[in-house]
Write a protein that binds this ligand. Structure first.
Ligand SMILES: Nc1nc2c(ncn2[C@@H]2O[C@H](COP(=O)(O)OP(=O)(O)OP(=O)(O)O)[C@@H](O)[C@H]2O)c(=O)[nH]1
Length: 390
């Protein structure tokens, strides 16, 4: 069996370090999830100190009542911190305050007897189950760590339920049962699991935040499509993959016609709505593996894997038709829009997103020059231009 004072000392030290780390991050980033997680570690440390005082202090109000209350408050703070990360905190914080208040009242007459410990175990077992559910629901790019954290919370919850049953057993069966050893083992497990949870949590949070930052860096906030950077990154990866499978690729450049007039006539906010409206039309034409981006003010780009030039032309044509045939209705105005499209395609193993985009841009320029609202798939070649004029 592990030596209890050693386990407690290591746990205290780790929780102080991790709590201090969270508070430092909070001071730097001002994100309240870190404050709650830091506070959770701090309260866990206080709970352990209160509980350890049993050795030298004969005051059950501090060593049992306050210790138990802190043991309940610590996971509550961790859960609120987790909810702030997952944005699921809307109304539950008030419920947690009520839970702490009700626990404080229930424990008051029973904290010095076994029932107090039992109630505390059941409350924190339930809190840990809820925390496991929150972690399980989290969208995260670190599935292994997410599973480890979930497993920590679930096993913690199970041992707390077992502890409450062991504490209740002698009273229910009316016999003297000696659970001293197993209860001590549970206490050690409880301390180890709480500390392990505090260790895995920061990693998961940083992966989560890194993911959000990546999203912000690679996506356009107005349309939620990829931005130019995201298009180049994802596009190049997709292109490489496709070349390995000898797939063809089409790159499509789309530009809204006379967009300046929309801004000048209806205002910039209507212009923004028009950009979003066009983005929705674009999304409606895409297959699962296609990628779409807003690569400039009123310029969009698509990468259509496994589509020939002519298949891409059909897709672009459908898009042109849909935009022309519908009007944008906004703030009492009915606005007619159209787009011009240039497409390039390649089977070439040396093709890059940049060269395909440059070629598509050239063809887009031709579409504009030819009168807009049309798809062009070929440069001037031998005096002939293959295009589709409306
Ligand atoms: N509302 C809004 N307008 C934007 C945004 N980004 C760029 N623009 C506007 O888009 C317009 C682009 O104008 P131009 O490049 O002259 O092109 P155009 O008027 O669309 O004409 P053609 O492309 O030649 O058909 C400019 O007026 C920009 O101010 C944006 O995010 N929101």
């Amino acid at each position: 069996m592990l030596h209890l004072p050693t386990v407690i000392s290591i746990s205290l030290l780790l929780n102080i370090l991790i709590g201090g780390f969270f508070i430092t991050v909070y001071n730097y980033k001002k994100q309240r999830c870190y404050l709650y997680l830091g506070a959770s570690c701090a309260v866990f440390v206080v709970a352990q100190i209160f509980a350890c005082l049993r050795i030298v202090l004969d005051n059950t109000f501090i060593t049992h009542y306050l210790a138990d209350l802190c043991i309940i408050i610590s996971p509550v703070l961790a859960i609120i911190g987790l909810q702030k990360v997952t944005h699921t905190h809307s109304r539950t914080s008030r419920h947690f305050l009520t839970l702490i208040f009700v626990s404080a009242i229930i424990l008051l007459p029973i904290y010095a007897v076994t029932a107090g410990q039992m109630v505390t175990s059941i409350i924190i077992a339930t809190l840990f189950m809820y925390a496991a559910y929150l972690v399980h629901k989290m969208k995260c790019a670190a599935p292994i760590q997410q599973k480890i954290l979930s497993a920590c919370f679930i096993s913690h919850s199970i041992i707390m339920y077992i502890q409450s049953m062991m504490l209740a057993a002698p009273h229910i069966t009316n016999t003297v049962l000696d659970f001293h050893q197993p209860l001590q083992a549970i206490l050690i497990n409880h301390i180890i699991l709480a500390t392990a949870t505090a260790l895995v949590l920061p990693f998961l949070l940083f992966v989560n935040i890194e993911e959000k930052l990546q999203r912000l860096v690679n996506h356009d906030t107005l349309t939620c499509l990829l931005n130019r950077r995201g298009f180049f990154m994802q596009g190049q990866a997709l292109l490489k993959q496709g070349i390995a499978h000898q797939q063809s690729f089409a790159v499509v450049m789309i530009d809204i016609d006379h967009f300046k007039r929309v801004n000048d006539r209806y205002g910039h906010s209507t212009g923004d709505t028009a950009i979003k409206w066009i983005a929705q039309h674009i999304m409606a034409q895409l297959n699962d593996h296609d990628i779409a981006a807003r690569i400039g003010g009123e310029e969009f780009a698509l990468l259509l894997p496994d589509q020939s030039l002519y298949q891409a032309k059909e897709t672009a044509q459908r898009l042109c038709d849909a935009i022309r045939e519908h009007s944008l209705h906004f703030k009492g105005n009915s606005i007619d829009l159209s787009v011009s499209v240039g497409i390039s395609s390649s089977y070439d193993a040396n093709a890059s997103i940049k060269t395909l985009l440059d070629q598509a841009d050239k063809r887009l320029y031709i579409a504009k020059a030819k009168g807009r609202d049309q798809v062009v798939i070929c440069d001037h070649q031998a005096g002939q231009m293959v295009n589709n004029t409306m």
